[in-house]
Design a protein around this ligand. Structure first.
Ligand SMILES: Cc1ncc(COP(=O)(O)O)c(C=O)c1O
Length: 385
């Protein structure tokens, strides 16, 4: 490690919000507790009003994400994990499956397929943090499980060109951090799962499951050989439980969290829907990308610029600046210092990912705050490089 002669001057302006963590993420601008005033508390979710509120949840989700009418949307228990596992448990096993994984969460779905469901006809394509597996290996006659944006790796699929529209198998996508950030290509997706706490910064509680007509058809014609926990059951006998797709949840949801998610969806609608959410995300990313371009000491964790996530932006110290052995300690110190100063909270890597910084650039973050954050990182870094 080089010793520094003179650290650069401490910046003057702090970000207005230090919330740059990757989940739960920052709430939308101008969020207040007042947004929860009309929450249907102490009331049954099965009352007329309760069900109406939950239907608003699915309807507004459909509007913002531009989900086709032929697709159905369910509110599931257990956040994104609950929604994804419901899909894996109820839909996999009728044919072979290809699983692509490159971050902490994708690797969890590998565990489901290999250890829990023990599907014999499986092909697992895993990549290290920073890399994307070879997606061209996917065989469209098989089911596929993949994560659109690897939140913990800062690696994102650049597009879904590798998934043909006339595939035979189902495409099952963990879209937890891509929903409400990047536009989702519905004709390439049969099963899409995400949470309330990520793209829109709402309270963590429930997961959303969006099912294509082909996925709905498979649910009615295929019964897996393994037991299905009640929380995952979308059919009774061979029939879809239709109510689940009109806000009649399998078990009791949090109406408080639902209200919070509705407030965020309303904000998203007001600012211009998916287009505006994407614009905000990409403008946020641009701030970091311009700063990181040719940065003397920092580089993306993603090894290929085309697969760099514009959402959960992960970058590390260059080995030419700091030896690999010292990186974790320095990053830890910088993150602690910036947290103590109230400049940035939770910008350190996921605890299972390599030593790096991770900054959330989703639509609820303000570009101006990112502009204010980068000089602080340079300042903190100047004590070490
Ligand atoms: C890509 C991805 N999948 C799944 C999850 C799990 O989400 P939850 O904790 O809301 O179930 C996360 C959480 O960060 C994630 O980033």
């Amino acid at each position: 490690m080089k010793t520094i002669a003179v650290p650069i001057k401490q910046p003057f302006q702090k970000p207005q919000s230090p919330l740059f963590g990757s989940g739960p993420t920052k709430k939308f601008p101008d969020w207040t507790w007042g947004h929860l005033d009309n929450a249907l508390l102490g009331r049954s979710h099965r009352s007329v009003e309760g069900n109406k509120r939950l239907q608003e949840v699915t309807d507004l989700t459909r509007t913002i994400l531009e989900v086709p009418e032929s697709y159905q949307i369910a509110i599931m228990a257990g956040s994104a994990t609950g929604a994804i596992e419901a899909a894996l448990w109820t839909l996999l096993g009728s044919r072979g499956v290809d699983v692509f994984a490159w971050d902490v969460f994708g690797k969890l779905w590998v565990t489901d397929v290999v250890q829990q469901l023990a599907i014999q006809d499986r092909r697992i394509f895993e990549a290290d943090f920073g890399e994307l597996p070879d997606l061209s290996q996917y065989n469209p006659q098989r089911d596929v499980v993949f994560t659109w944006n690897g939140t913990s790796a800062g690696v994102c699929v650049p597009n879904l060109d590798w998934i043909p529209e006339n595939r035979e198998g189902l495409s099952i996508c963990d879209a937890t951090s891509s929903a409400f950030t990047l536009p989702l290509e519905w004709n390439k997706l049969d099963v899409t799962a995400f949470s309330w706490q990520k793209g829109l910064g709402s309270e963590a509680a429930h997961g959303m499951l969006v099912l294509s007509p082909r996925a709905l058809d498979q649910l009615q014609h295929y019964t897996p050989s393994w037991p299905i926990p009640r929380l995952f059951r979308l059919t009774k006998g061979k029939q879809l439980i239709d109510g689940i797709f009109i806000g009649k949840t399998i078990n009791t949801p949090s109406m408080l969290c639902a209200e919070d998610y509705l407030a965020a969806l309303s904000w998203a609608k007001e600012i211009g829907g998916q287009k505006a959410l994407t614009t905000r995300t990409l403008s946020n990313f641009k701030v970091l990308d311009v700063w990181l371009d040719n940065h003397p000491h920092l580089e993306y964790l993603a090894t290929d610029k085309a697969t760099t996530s514009p959402i959960s932006v992960c970058f590390k110290l260059k080995e030419s600046t700091v030896s690999k052995a010292q990186q974790a300690e320095i990053i830890q110190k910088i993150c602690l210092q910036l947290a103590e100063l109230g400049v940035a909270l939770e910008i350190k890597n996921h605890y299972l990912a390599p030593a790096s910084f991770r900054i959330w650039c989703g639509p609820t973050v303000e570009a101006e705050d990112l502009e204010r954050l980068t000089p602080w990182i340079d300042w903190a870094l100047s004590y070490f490089v």
